[in-house]
Design a protein around this ligand. Structure first.
Ligand SMILES: [Zn+2]
Length: 210
């Protein structure tokens, strides 16, 4: 395992909403327990790709919720923060995070979808993961909401191999391209790039208690 070979490599484990059929709580638990595991996720809700048949759709939604809640409970049991994936499911996701007291561990809304109703989750110990989308020409929503995120809750992420920042869009995303995100974030928040890098680095350290 890479995290056992390199001191500076850590990992998170979780079952993405697209893979809920393969969810096995016991298997996941054995990984969460590892000393280099710093978070539980990606987990969450994704209503973007639901089955068309109404019955199958409802079954899929309830299984997604069940698997999500189970992972929140594991995160709380092992006191590790959550990495949350939310797509077209802000209402239900927020409701579940509040109802299941995810505040105990907090986490990050990875690839934050710019939905303003999720901003209040910063009071529940949640950070906001910002990636390549910020540099896209059609990213108006995210550009507008960015200054409303408390500075101590901002994170930069890759989401590789997807969402490669402008002007590299179309090629495989890699951590080196987070540079483009920090440049854009600095411009929008009236900070220097170095300040953005320092700030988001410190935030990542406090979230994952590295
Ligand atoms: Zn995701």
């Amino acid at each position: 395992m890479l995290s056992e070979k390199y001191d500076e490599v850590f990992f998170s484990v979780g079952i993405h909403p697209y893979d809920i059929e393969s969810y096995d709580e016991k298997v996941l638990e054995s990984f969460i327990n590892h000393e280099k595991c710093v978070a539980v996720g990606e987990c969450g809700l994704d209503y973007f790709r639901l089955p068309e048949d109404e019955n199958e759709k409802q079954e899929n939604i309830s299984l997604q919720k069940e698997v999500f809640i189970s992972q929140i409970n594991l995160a709380k049991k092992y006191k590790k923060p959550l990495i949350i994936h939310i797509r077209d499911a802000s209402d239900d996701s927020k409701k579940i995070l509040l109802e299941h007291n995810s505040k105990e561990v907090g986490g990050v809304l990875h690839c934050y979808n710019a939905d303003e109703q999720l901003l209040s989750l910063c009071d529940e110990g949640f950070y906001f993961g910002i990636g390549g989308v910020l540099t896209f020409k059609n990213a108006k929503k995210l550009v507008n909401v960015l200054p409303k995120i408390p500075k101590d809750k901002l994170l930069i992420e890759t989401d590789g191999p997807y969402l490669t920042p402008h002007p590299y869009r179309g090629s495989r995303n890699e951590p080196k391209y987070t540079n483009e995100v920090s440049v854009k974030m600095a411009e929008l928040l009236d900070m220097s790039k170095d300040e953005v890098i320092k700030l988001t680095g410190q935030n990542a350290h406090s979230l994952f208690t590295l």
